[in-house]
Write a protein that binds this ligand. Sequence first.
Ligand SMILES: Cc1ncc(COP(=O)(O)O)c(C=O)c1O
Length: 401
Amino acid sequence: MTATDDLIAAAEAHSAHTYHPLPVVVASADGAWMTDVEGRRYLDLLAGYSALNFGHGNRRLVEAAKAQLERVTLTSRAFHHDRFAAFCEQLAELCGMEMVLPMNTGAEAVETAVKTARKWGYRVKGVPSEMAKIVVVGGNFHGRTTTIISFSTDPEARADYGPYTPGFEIVPYGDLTAMRQALTENTVAVLIEPIQGEAGVLVPPAGYLPAVRELTRERNVLFVADEIQSGLGRTGRTFACEHEGVVPDVYVLGKALGGGIVPVSAVVSSADVLGVFRPGEHGSTFGGNPLACAVALEVIAMLRSGEYQARAAELGERLHRQLAELTGTGRVTQVRGRGLWAGVDVHPRYGTGRDISEKLMDRRVLVKDTHGSTIRIAPPLVIEEEDLDWGVAQLRAVLGL
Ligand SMILES: Cc1ncc(COP(=O)(O)O)c(C=O)c1O
């Protein structure tokens, strides 16, 4: 038995089997590389589902965290602390919005957005009590809470968790007619990922998001963009919505906002929308804590420079150019994505996404499969060009090219 086998057996014996991880046990990481307990190095092409946009052990972020660790880490929101105002002000500014409601995980931020939209619906739009409806799209992934899985279309995510939360209507992604028909006078929000990450990096048809924006504006419905995975540099812009010139009413952010160090999420919107809350109506012990704010402030400063967005755009072009060559071979049936983010559908003849991921792992490249024969490529934005090229070369080799 190797150390890897021992650790995996112990993890399987003592943890609920909600995941099926690749058989690698990571011990340390730096930039785009991870090292396992046997000393083998792997190129990370997943980046913690975009939580590690700035790479493992990013010095600026680690220094910000260390400095804050020595000062104060938690106050709860019962008291003010000296990093909170700057965090809220600067995050709102980055988003072109006015107010921030901080939470911790992505799912909590989505829950918060759902509560925000309902409260806004009753207190501002004038929807009759208990009648608020939120429209979502098929194939969505917004997290794992009971309410969120209530409007999932993934049977695995939903099965045996009922009774489900009512108040949601699901329409097909990209179908404008269905969206138009779903909006009623009681609709308070459309909740949408501008690019669906977990579904396989699905980019909606051009013009769809602007049309939904127009519709929601006409009908006095909030456009809530879940940019938890697509936002903060991944697509070559700060937000994926920007590619289509869309400004939502509400951004839901998470993952990279915590720099891969601490969970930090937030709902960001106008004073009209977030102004609906009064003390005691929502909260979180850890949301907006000093350590989270200190790390997120550094993330915001890094994004303000535009450097990471530019890098994602440039390296993304390089990645997509190389992946496009694979589609010509017939071994890859489709490649989707934007910036440094790709969903690659491998022809099923060459294996499932899991098979491909395992073969890539043997070649020291770590990716995550999703649905059937799709793999996702989302390296840290700090990856070196030659490492990216090498990673794609390993995929070519796995496909027998
Ligand atoms: C678009 C989107 N929303 C929400 C979530 C949930 O985030 P968390 O896992 O931090 O709860 C995810 C996670 O993958 C996501 O991709």
